[in-house]
Design a protein around this ligand. Structure first.
Ligand SMILES: Nc1ncnc2c1ncn2[C@@H]1O[C@H](COP(=O)(O)OP(=O)(O)OP(=O)(O)O)[C@@H](O)[C@H]1O
Ligand SMILES: [Mg+2]
Length: 234
């Protein structure tokens, strides 16, 4: 059974259709990368999966159940975690408070979960009493991922996790994504950094104008002349 299955889903804002007949699948243990030009509807597709938009047609299934239009907090309880493209940390709260907010649906001690996040991101442990708003871009991205991981999700969705980061930090974030995945969490990510994300991903999807354009193993897409020409810079 796939972790996530979007079947011919259409959605958008107001009257405007943005995602059309979109189909994608995340199997257990996979890292899936979505690439495509600016405005293609990548973030909209993520919002649709996370219940911020309802499918007008088609379906979204998570862990075998139809979840189309189910609210984000319900999806979080079922094991879906989402790190949006912007505004993904509480800037006035400390690092540790951000992590605690990530586990808002849980009762009981959070120590063990925090310990695991700090093990993945030792930097966050050093900075745990600092306000997230005072941290660097790379550190904030770690806070955002750490917060999402506090609920021990089945599926982690990341919208442009490497955006605006220096190359070394991009590599660091990608390594962390690999570590998270190695711990058994499936990952669905949207990336500008097409080449690196396809190298990391088991499979990729190319979106253009809200539709599936191409999909396949990361290595196959990397070798595809059309992908190279349009998205990899030559
Ligand atoms: N909240 C919104 N209300 C109305 N239109 C929106 C909204 N968010 C996005 N759009 C429109 O939907 C289209 C797709 O936007 P989306 O953010 O999904 O693209 P994207 O592929 O994530 O682009 P980028 O690579 O720039 O992040 C764009 O035309 C955008 O203007
Ligand atoms: Mg986007």
């Amino acid at each position: 059974m796939p972790v996530l299955e979007v079947d011919a889903a259409t959605s958008g804002y107001g009257q405007m259709e943005v995602v059309r007949d979109l189909s994608l699948r995340v199997d257990e243990g996979e890292i899936i990368s979505i690439i495509g030009p600016n405005g293609a509807g990548k973030s909209t597709a993520m919002k649709l999966v996370f219940g911020l938009l309802k499918p007008w047609r088609g379906s979204v299934r998570f862990l075998g159940e139809d979840v189309g239009g189910l609210a984000p907090d319900k999806l979080v309880r079922r094991g879906m975690a989402y790190v949006p493209q912007v505004a993904n940390v509480f800037t006035t709260l400390t690092v540790e408070e951000n992590l605690e907010m990530g586990a808002f649906t849980l009762t009981g001690p959070l120590g063990e979960r925090k310990r695991r996040v700090y093990e993945l991101f030792p930097r966050l442990h050093e900075r745990r009493r600092q306000r997230a708003g005072q941290m660097s871009g790379g550190e904030r991205q770690m806070v955002a991922m750490g917060r999402a991981l506090m609920l021990d999700p089945k599926l982690l969705m990341l919208d442009e996790p490497s955006a605006g980061l220096a190359p070394l930090l991009v590599d660091m974030i990608f390594e962390k994504i690999e570590e998270v995945n190695a711990a058994g969490i499936s990952v669905l990510m949207v990336e500008q950094n097409a080449r690196k994300s396809l190298e990391l991903a088991h499979r990729g999807y190319v979106l253009a104008a809200g539709r599936n354009e191409l999909d396949g193993p990361g290595s196959v897409l990397l070798d595809d002349p059309k992908v190279a020409r349009l998205y990899l810079g030559g």
